[in-house]
Structures are given as structure tokens and as C-alpha cells.
Design a protein around this ligand. Structure first.
Ligand code: NAD
Ligand code: UFG
Length: 341
């Protein structure tokens, strides 16, 4: 298949590009580089021994998208492009609706114009809001607690309307839990600019002494050790989930929402200890107040993915920490070599 990845130079898009190209697909990347760097392309070439066609553009540029779809004979799209920081979405809701919702509408217009009707969308477990029961299955009620989550929910609903309007569409919304880790080469991974919001990149920066200590946001939750529990999933498992979703869509029409998680929750303390064990570095930690909007526990029921996609996560917490650590060390080396050039 010829597959367009919007947001293709980003964290999850780049790992998915590796998996899809290794399965023999032709992968085309489209990104406005608002949260990624063009140098990812060189590192993708190092890993896969091939050059990916890359288009520097915004998904809201419908004409550019139309031309990219047509010129590359695209059969299916995976739509990763979007903004993803919950706190920032509260401060800048218009940017979030413009990038995420308007960007998706623009993509749908371009796909419709080119009669391309196969789409995998990057959704999030955030669409479940405050869990009413655990593990979270896909029939759990949906609810948004911030503009980022609301943009994902709106997009899911828009995609459902599209699938109802035309039964030729094949759409899967993958509801990711907590993606972490990196490709085993250490060449690509998650490298947030500024202070990381998420636990794993923050821990990685404490380990390299870019941050002095890890603040644990609350140790009085009703969880086994009092710290928040999440379903961390290795980004390479997640990437393979996209290949499985595309395969599923070749056989199935309509709109589908599917959890992509492991089904197992780990606490903040368990993650910190696992990282210490693989890196051999003691992480200075302090207990800080709970972070606004956080839930105590969130983890997936992954059965639907297993049944429909024939996919299940297989990498361990150790793999997640070890690959994060390898990537963080090589990213630091790359940055040091640039500053010394
Ligand atoms: P990322 O920021 O690394 O990748 C997103 C990419 O999209 C970036 O390269 C960015 O430059 C690009 N982009 C943003 N707006 C664009 C636009 N208007 N036009 C073109 N390109 C644009 O993020 P990621 O972690 O790889 O996330 C990918 C998708 O998965 C996002 O939609 C995100 O909301 C979703 N998601 C991520 C997580 C997570 O924890 N990483 C969890 C759930 C869902
Ligand atoms: N945490 C800390 N210290 C930190 C960072 C995080 O203790 O410095 C804790 C949080 O309180 C939480 C856990 O680590 O208990 C995980 O936090 P993350 O920020 O890594 O992840 P979240 O589960 O809060 O958020 C993620 C994505 C969101 C998405 C949400 C639900 O970042 O985009 O999952 O799917 F909305």
C-alpha cells in the first residue's frame, strides 16, 4: 500500500514509518515541523536504508494535501498531525481546535476529492474522561475534561458522521494509552522541547542531569503505593498496532474505535524504580502536590484490539525504560557534538 502519514516526522509517526516500510509499504511523510525536526529523516534513512518522500506542509492546506495524495497514488492515510499538550490546550483552545479539528476536516476534504477512503486516526484514552470503571473498554462513556480531549472527541464524532454518510469509508480511531520508549537503535524517540510534561521524558532528563529531580505528583491516591497508575505502552508496539489497524481496514468497512494499551497499569514509583534499574542511575525524587486534572488510575481493556486487529502489546516495562535511556543518551551525544562543531 501507499500510505501517507500526517505528522509523520513526530514521535509516534516516525516509529510507525519504520514499521510500515519494513512491512514493504511505500510511506510518505507530511508534517509542518511545528513539533519535530527534519533531521529525523536522516535517522529514519539510517534505520530503514531508504529515503522517505517528505512534504513540509500544514494539514490545513487542503490543496497541498490533495496534490500530495494524488502525486503519490496514496491508498490510505494515518493522521497523527496535531497538538497534544493538555495544559497548553486550556490556555490556547483556539489553536487546538484549529490544528486538530480544522486540520482533520481539511484532510477529509482532500481525501474525499481524491476518493481515498481509508483512514487511521490518532485518538487518545483521554476521551474516556474520569474513569467510571476499570479497565477501560471501548463502551465506557466518553467525556472531555479539557480542549485537547474535546478536540479528539469532536474528531471521532466527525469521522463517525463521515462513515455514516458514505459506507465506502474505512476508519479506525486508535485510542492510545501512554506511549513511551523508543526504537531500539536509539536514533529516534521522544525529544520534547522545553520542560517535559510527561513522566518518562522527564525521568530521562533527570537521569542525564538536565533536570535536578523528579516531582512525583501526589502519593496519596487510592492505588497500591499511593502514586498515579497508567497503562504505558512501548511506542514500537503502538507502531505495530497501526500496521494491524490498516490490515484490519482492508477487510472491514465503517467506523471503529479501538483501545491501544497493554491492559496493565504501573505506578509512578514503579516506573522510576524500573528506570533506575536499567540505567544504574539513582533518580532524586520529591513528593509534590497532585497535578490538577490527573486521575488516580487509567488502564485499558485491550481485548477488542486482540480480537479485531489480531494485535497485542508484547514489549516489557524493561524494554520501555531501556530504549528510552538509549535514545536519551544518544540524543545528548548528538546535541553535544552540534554544540562543539
Ligand atoms: P508529536 O508532536 O511528536 O507529533 C505530531 C506531529 O504533527 C509533529 O511532528 C508536528 O510537527 C506535526 N503537526 C502538528 N500540527 C500540524 C499541522 N497542523 N500540520 C502538519 N503537521 C502538524 O506527537 P506524537 O506523540 O507523535 O502524537 C501523534 C498523535 O498521537 C497526536 O495526534 C496526539 O494527539 C496523539 N496522541 C499522542 C499521545 C502521546 O502521549 N504521545 C497519546 C494519545 C494520543
Ligand atoms: N507524573 C509525575 N511527575 C511528572 C510527570 C508525571 O508524577 O513530572 C505522573 C502523573 O501525575 C501521572 C503519571 O505520572 O500519574 C503519568 O503522567 P503523564 O503526564 O506522563 O501522562 P498522563 O496519563 O497524564 O497523560 C497522557 C497524555 C495525555 C493524554 C492522557 C490520557 O500525555 O495527552 O495520557 O490518555 F490525554
Amino acid at each position: 500500500m501507499n500510505i501517507l502519514l500526517t505528522g509523520g516526522t513526530g514521535y509516534i509517526g516516525s516509529h510507525t514509518a519504520v514499521v510500515l516500510s519494513q512491512l514493504g509499504h511505500k510511506v510518505v511523510l507530511f508534517d509542518n515541523l511545528s513539533n519535530s525536526e527534519e533531521t529525523v529523516l536522516e535517522r529514519l534513512a539510517q534505520i530503514t536504508k531508504q529515503q522517505f518522500p517528505f512534504f513540509n506542509g500544514d494539514v490545513r492546506d487542503t490543496d497541498l494535501l490533495k496534490n500530495t495524495l494524488a502525486d503519490n497514488s496514496i491508498d490510505a492515510v494515518i493522521h497523527f498531525a496535531g497538538l497534544k499538550a493538555v495544559g497548553e490546550s486550556v490556555a490556547k483552545p483556539v489553536d487546538y481546535y484549529a490544528n486538530n479539528v480544522q486540520g482533520t476536516v481539511s484532510l477529509l476534504q482532500a481525501m474525499q476529492a481524491q476518493h481515498i477512503k481509508t483512514l487511521v486516526f490518532s485518538s487518545s484514552a483521554t476521551v474516556y474522561g474520569q474513569p467510571q470503571y476499570l479497565p477501560l473498554d471501548e463502551s465506557h462513556p466518553t467525556c472531555a475534561t479539557n480542549p485537547y480531549g474535546r478536540s479528539k472527541l469532536h474528531i471521532e464524532e466527525i469521522l463517525n458522521d463521515v462513515a455514516i454518510s458514505d459506507p465506502q469509508w474505512r476508519i479506525t480511531c486508535l485510542r492510545y494509552f501512554n506511549p513511551v520508549g523508543a526504537h531500539e537503535s536509539g536514533l529516534i524517540g521522544e525529544n520534547p522541547s522545553g520542560i517535559p510534561n510527561n513522566l518518562m521524558p522527564y525521568i530521562a532528563q533527570v537521569a542525564t542531569r538536565q533536570r535536578t529531580e523528579l516531582s512525583i505528583f501526589g502519593n496519596d491516591y487510592p492505588t497500591p503505593d499511593g502514586t498515579g497508575v497508567r497503562d504505558y505502552i512501548h511506542v514500537m508496539d503502538l507502531a505495530e498496532g497501526h500496521a494491524a489497524a490498516l490490515n484490519f481496514l482492508t477487510q472491514n468497512l465503517g467506523w471503529h474505535a479501538i483501545n491501544i494499551g497493554t491492559g496493565k497499569g504501573y505506578s509512578v514509583l514503579e516506573i522510576a524504580r524500573a528506570f533506575e534499574s536499567v540505567s544504574g542511575i539513582k533518580l532524586p525524587t520529591i513528593i509534590a502536590p497532585r497535578r490538577a486534572g490527573d486521575v488516580a488510575e487509567c488502564y485499558a481493556n485491550p481485548v477488542k484490539a486482540k480480537e479485531l486487529l489480531k494485535w497485542a502489546a508484547r514489549r516489557s516495562l524493561n524494554d520501555m525504560c531501556a530504549s528510552t535511556w538509549r535514545f536519551q543518551q544518544s540524543a545528548e551525544k548528538r546535541e553535544n557534538s552540534w554544540t562543539h562543531e
